[in-house]
Design a protein around this ligand. Structure first.
Ligand code: ADP
Length: 398
């Protein structure tokens, strides 16, 4: 089976075609700056020369039309006919509490995804646009939606309810939904393989530390708590997002004359390690600045390490005991110093890293020492494979 995976962002579309016989990637590509005059598509077929399409792309449909043409192009294509594409898996940010797993998208599902635009105004509209463009360009295609929130639907009410008037949950669906679910699920399953144990027997904490960052407590393969909430702003500090703050800071700033949009911008785009350091949102820059003696860069890193470690420790309540901790995504996969600093703060739990193994970057490996009471792992995430696997599961039963 060949599955096309589409991950539509506000001005980008990432795509991959995967041959599910051996899960090999046939092509991957990126359409960027959609909606501007400088838009381009980079199309990289495995074993062939990459191709760039530089032309204005007014919207996602225009970008997908070119991507589809490229897929069957005699030179840079990877299939001869569209019929060879067995299914298309789409990443969708918000599935609310209606979508507990991935689904084939027909009319009802489309309108439900549309309903949730209110909860994910930046993501769901473009995700839906991607699905509708595929349905329009290839009317016979089978489109499956894979939700960032679905894996977290198993989180019990005591962990997903906010302690605010219950009516706000009933009226406006305000509760913790969580994000990065596809990534947390993928690395949790991979961790069980790496530890050579059954996922059902394991209590894991998965740390997706990229530009956005979230942690997840996974008990027996099911999410039982996660750090992001109604929106991806809750939880640990991130590149530019504040993570948890005293909610009163919001009205405090408002009363000081800041407009709602300004406060939103501050908390989403000007906070996190960028906000504290004043240097950068990129951890490589922060490491460099801290090494050169920049105190605020060091402070930003200290705040980050402390808050991630504190969240890990708090999941003892959700899990009872912790068998493994997984680090993934840009920072988690590549930064040995971040993993070390976080684990140092958790030494009282009996966590011990192997300094040499912890230098590893971008490959799956156990990086704790044999004496460590908790197995610490680095596992590169692969949301595309997870989306493709879910798509196969759905369409093979049709
Ligand atoms: P996104 O959430 O956008 O998918 P990624 O998971 O790709 O983000 O993570 C991007 C971040 O990873 C970068 O902003 C950078 O801070 C971090 N990163 C990448 N390589 C390294 C490295 N070698 N050391 C530290 N941080 C790194």
């Amino acid at each position: 089976m060949k599955i096309l995976v589409i991950n539509a962002g506000s001005s980008t579309i990432k795509y991959q075609m995967i041959n599910m016989t051996d899960e090999s990637v046939l092509v991957k590509g990126l359409a960027e700056r959609i909606g501007s005059k400088q838009s381009k598509i980079t199309h990289k077929p495995t074993g062939k020369m990459p191709v760039e399409f530089i032309q204005p792309l007014p919207d996602h449909e225009a970008a997908l039309a070119i991507i589809f043409k490229a897929l069957i192009d005699p030179d840079c294509g990877v299939v001869k006919r569209y019929e060879e594409i067995d299914g298309i898996g789409h990443r969708v940010a918000m599935g609310g509490d209606y979508f507990k797993e991935s689904v084939l998208v027909k009319e009802t599902e489309s309108s439900k995804i549309e309903e949730y635009i209110e909860l994910a105004p930046l993501h769901n509209p473009v995700n839906l646009m991607g699905i509708q463009a595929c349905q329009k360009i290839l009317p016979d295609s089978l489109n499956v939606a894979v939700f960032d929130t679905a894996f977290h639907q198993s989180i019990p009410a005591e962990a997903h309810m906010y302690a605010i008037p219950y009516e706000l949950y009933e009226k406006h669906a305000i509760r913790k939904y969580g994000f990065h679910g596809t990534s947390h699920k993928f690395v949790a399953l991979s961790a069980a393989d790496l530890m050579a144990q059954k996922i059902e027997d394991l209590n894991l904490i998965t740390c997706h530390l990229g530009n956005g960052a979230s942690l997840c407590a996974v008990k027996g393969g099911k999410s039982v708590d996660t750090s992001m909430g109604l929106t991806p702003l809750e939880g640990v500090p991130m590149g530019t997002r504040s993570g948890d703050i005293d909610p009163s800071i919001y009205p405090f700033l408002y009363n000081k004359g800041y407009k709602v949009e300004e406060i939103n911008k501050i908390l989403n785009s000007e906070s996190g390690v960028l906000g504290v350091s004043g240097v950068s949102e990129d951890f490589r820059d922060l490491d460099e600045a801290a090494d050169e003696g920049n105190e605020r860069a060091q402070l930003a890193l200290d705040v980050y390490h402390y808050r991630v470690a504190k969240t890990i420790a708090s999941y003892l309540v959700a899990l009872g005991k912790i068998d493994g901790i997984v680090f993934t995504a840009g920072v988690g996969e590549n930064s040995g110093s971040t993993r070390q600093a976080i684990c140092d703060k958790l030494a009282s739990l009996g966590i011990q890293l192997d300094e040499e193994l912890n230098q590893t970057r971008g490959k799956s490996l156990i990086v704790s020492s044999p004496e460590s009471k908790i197995t610490v792992m680095v596992i590169p995430t692969n949301e595309e494979i997870m989306i493709a696997r879910d798509t196969v599961e759905i369409i093979k039963n049709l």
